[in-house]
Design a protein around this ligand. Structure first.
Ligand code: GLU
Length: 446
């Protein structure tokens, strides 16, 4: 594969008439899982998937919901609701993050679990897809309360997770410390884990407790490696580009700093739950990260102007990186988006109706399961290092990540060309083909 000259994701779709799969009527879904299923159905139509496989893959294999008590610092008891959805494991262990958010609900976690199946398949990892969540606001809990929530949830899951079965990782509202609490609880409560060989029950741990170097930056770095592939394919000089980022947490802040420091692009706008800021002459991505670390968000950053949150989506820039929540670019704001490419650091930030509008307006999209796959790719490296008793160097991790992203990007570009479809459809189709092949070869037991 020639990674220096990847095929453009966009031009093939423009040049090739959509013969094999005529456009579908696109509606604005109100439920994230319905949207995930509609995306899957579309890929199933395009690949003429057999009906039994279609039925198997349109729902998760296992849906776990646990309600458990947590002792609060005040001495009161809070009941928490936790989810773990295991979508599919035909390609390997269930794999996917654990999210803490007051907005967590069953259908959201189901959609995110399905996307993990496709993300792992697309990037050729030996994993299936899962996702977990606890419906709490982590900003309202003390560190001690967060620890008790995490440990109690891990205990409630018991052997429903495991280093060779289902491997959680950080997601929105959780971090490396959360994973270390999960690992420690699992190792202390599950009998066979006592042999100290089960650190890989979770990934995204701190380096001191068995994590991989480069895992913290991996999702943002993967997003930017995709942007670099896009730029090469389209003859774009990133040092001349401007960009805007929504969400300045782990994914958004690493993406912004890497795009600025390593590729020379200029950050002009940022938005998160605390506000929206803009400075056309440039915002220093590292300085902004320092502000966010101290103040908890981009709002009130002194070296840029505050702007109306809706205005953020009208920001004129070359690269737009949604790296916060799902469902952010909708049919309402999509017509005003004024950029050349959208790199989806978040999961599901663009609705299907918005997708259609952006494509018609000639905006390229690097879809979520490709653009944010860096996190789970380096999770795979961490899992492998733990299993082998190895620790890799940062340059090795980055090099391997870059290669895997470039390879997946290229596969998507080839699929765009082959099917004459959009990049979003191509990511689902390439992933589905891989999963379907495994089912075809293995058959259905008994
Ligand atoms: N939560 C991340 C995602 O959505 C990472 C998952 C993982 O590392 O397992 O891709």
């Amino acid at each position: 594969m020639d990674t220096k000259n990847p095929t453009s994701l966009a031009t093939a779709a423009e040049n090739t008439p959509m013969e094999k799969a005529p456009p579908i009527e696109v509606k604005e879904f109100e439920n994230l899982y319905e949207m995930a299923v509609a995306q899957f159905e579309r890929a199933a139509d395009m690949t003429e998937l057999n009906p039994s496989l279609r039925a198997i893959l349109s729902q998760p294999k296992n849906e776990l919901i646990v309600n458990f008590p947590v002792r609060m610092d005040s001495g009161e008891t809070m009941m928490a609701k936790g989810y773990r959805i295991q979508h599919n494991n035909v390609l390997g262990c269930y794999k996917g993050g654990l999210r803490f958010s007051p907005l967590v609900h069953l259908d959201e976690v189901k959609a995110l679990a399905a996307w993990m199946t496709w993300k792992c398949a697309l990037t050729d990892l030996p994993f299936g897809g899962a996702k977990g969540g606890i419906q709490i606001d982590p900003t309202q809990l003390s560190p001690a309360e967060l620890e008790r929530v995490t440990r109690r949830f891990t205990h409630a899951l018991g052997t429903n997770i495991g280093p060779d079965y289902d491997i959680p990782a950080p997601d929105m509202g959780t971090n490396a410390q959360t994973m270390v609490w999960m690992m420690d609880t699992y190792m202390n409560t599950i009998a066979y884990a006592a042999k100290n060989v089960s650190r890989h029950v979770v990934t995204g741990k701190t380096v001191a407790s068995g994590g991989s170097v480069g895992r913290d930056e991996a999702t943002g770095r993967g997003t930017i490696y995709n942007v670099a592939s896009w730029a090469t394919a389209n003859g774009v000089e990133l040092k001349d580009c401007t960009f805007a980022v929504q969400g300045y947490g782990n994914v958004g802040s690493f993406a912004a700093r890497i795009l600025q420091d390593e590729y020379g692009a200029t950050l002009v706008a940022a938005q998160d739950h605390t506000g929206s800021i803009i400075n056309k002459s440039g915002i220093d991505a590292n300085d902004l990260a320092g502000h966010v670390a101290q103040q908890g968000g981009v709002g009130a950053y002194g070296k840029a102007e505050a702007q109306d949150p809706d205005e953020f989506w009208r920001t004129k820039c070359d690269i737009l990186i949604p790296a916060a929540l799902e469902w952010q670019i909708t049919s309402e704001n999509a017509p005003h988006v004024d950029c050349r490419v959208i790199a989806e650091g978040a999961n599901g930030p663009t609705t299907m109706a918005a997708d259609r509008i952006l494509t018609e307006n000639g905006i390229d999209i690097i879809p979520d399961i490709l653009a944010n796959a860096g996190g789970v790719i380096v999770s795979f490296f961490e899992w492998t290092q733990n299993r082998r008793g190895e620790t890799w160097y940062l340059d090795e991790v980055r090099h391997k990540l870059k290669r895997r992203i470039a390879d997946a990007y290229d596969r998507v570009a080839q699929t765009v060309k082959h099917y004459g479809c959009t990049p979003r459809e191509a990511t689902s189709v390439a992933a589905l083909n891989r999963v379907a092949q495994a089912y075809d070869e293995r058959g259905i037991f008994p």
